[in-house]
Write a protein that binds this ligand. Structure first.
Ligand SMILES: [Zn+2]
Length: 334
């Protein structure tokens, strides 16, 4: 996945390419932007540019080093490309008695990053450490990493990825160079969906609902649960707009299980898309009428934002009924 395959992020890619070609890439980068817009693809493109044996500084995407730089079964095989992510490594690797459930533990930073960081890279001129969802670093993990960012070891580069950069420690943020990733255009989401095997007609219909995210688009394109999803979106909409007791009752069906969490996450992705569509049509109607009701737009935006926040808290394994309850309360306070 070299740079040419990262679509719709010309500014970010230009900054990275320029830094690499001049040998001036900051040692710690923070890729910030919504989910599903190419942050991780770009991070692995940087990894390939660093380890590639055919086109160093650019990455050919074809050589053995480029292939091994990408995650296979979750973890890159190249010894100089290190991926940090919650739940990626087993208890034995991390030396823990329990699985990592809610955050990236300090054990992972110690075992996967700090234990290796002072050794010279195995094959490539530099080592690269990619932290997926860096806002999930536990306080201990963030502090352990911070020490390393403050006194960066030679030969090591860091890329932190986050859809919620505001939740990172300010001290970590200040040690990194921010690279922003924007939401994708509808046309590009459509193109990406078609490239991943979605029928063109369907991709055209779904793309405007995907809120600029290829991953939300793929979730919406999944035919397996279209009916259930439609039903759930109606129920969620009713819960978000109706009286609180009914909202709580409507969502009491979601138990606190991994399955319910996955199902709810999918339904929420559809809900976010619906609200984004609603905002868009309200704005268009307002433009046509030459003035109109900002409150309706604000409300639809609030519902969308809260659903996005809810998806994120579910990804952190929050308790499902409690997370829903908190969201409905939050909406009513606005
Ligand atoms: Zn290569």
């Amino acid at each position: 996945m070299p740079f040419r395959d990262v679509l719709g992020q010309p500014h970010a890619i230009e900054t990275l390419r320029r830094g690499l070609s001049r040998g001036k890439l900051h040692h710690a980068l923070l890729f910030a932007g919504p989910p599903g817009v190419g942050k991780e693809l770009a991070a692995f493109a940087v990894a390939q540019a660093i380890v590639c044996t055919v086109a160093p500084g650019e990455g050919c995407g074809e050589c053995a080093a480029c292939h091994r730089a990408l995650p296979a079964d979750g973890i890159p095989l190249h010894p100089d490309v290190v991926l940090v992510a919650r739940g990626l490594y087993g208890r034995d690797v991390l030396g823990r008695s329990t699985e990592e459930k809610t955050d990236i533990s300090v054990d992972q930073i110690r075992r996967v990053v700090l234990d290796k960081i002072n050794l010279t890279p195995h094959e490539a001129p530099q080592r690269i450490v990619i932290v997926r969802a860096a806002d999930e670093l536990s306080a201990g993990a963030a502090n352990a990493l911070l020490k390393t960012l403050e006194e960066p070891p030679a030969h090591t580069r860091f890329i932190l990825l986050s859809a919620r950069p505001g939740e990172l420690l300010p001290t970590i943020r200040s040690r990194t160079q921010l690279i922003r990733f924007a939401a994708l255009t509808d046309e590009l989401v459509e193109k990406i969906l078609v490239g991943r095997g979605v029928e063109p007609e369907k991709a055209k219909r779904i793309a405007p609902l995907a809120a600029g995210s290829a991953s939300i688009g793929m979730t919406l394109a999944d035919p397996q649960s279209a009916d259930a999803r439609l039903h759930a979106v109606e129920a969620l909409r009713a819960a978000a707009t109706g009286p609180l007791p009914q909202a709580l009752e409507a969502t009491s069906a979601y138990a606190n299980t991994g399955e319910a969490r996955a199902e709810l996450r999918e339904h929420l992705a559809a809900f976010v898309a619906e609200e984004a569509g609603e905002v868009r049509s309200l704005v268009l109607a307002q433009a046509e009428a030459g003035g109109g009701n900002d409150r309706d737009i604000d409300r639809a935006l609030a519902r969308r934002d809260i659903a996005v926040a809810l998806v994120e808290s579910l990804e952190k394994n929050a308790n499902v009924p409690l997370a829903l309850e908190a969201s409905w309360l939050h909406l009513r306070r606005r």
